[in-house]
Unconditional design. Sequence first.
Length: 81
Amino acid sequence: MLIEAIREYNRAVPFQPYEIRTNGGERLRVPHPDFIFVAPKGTWIIVTDKDDRPRHISSLLIEEVSPLRKRAARKRNGKTK
């Protein structure tokens, strides 16, 4: 179950940021365990963004949980940033 994967990501030492993708294609970033709350029975979660806005999601709508992809360094004028 994906809720267990979320709990494992939250307990990881060291913590690695991850994202949750819903079946509607929405991607929710979890930069730190303080940004997510999982209901005790795992039926729903709340994820807050950096501006403290909550997003309530039923666990039935979660399609994938995966580590955040690292972005490649951008090149400017032939130089790597």
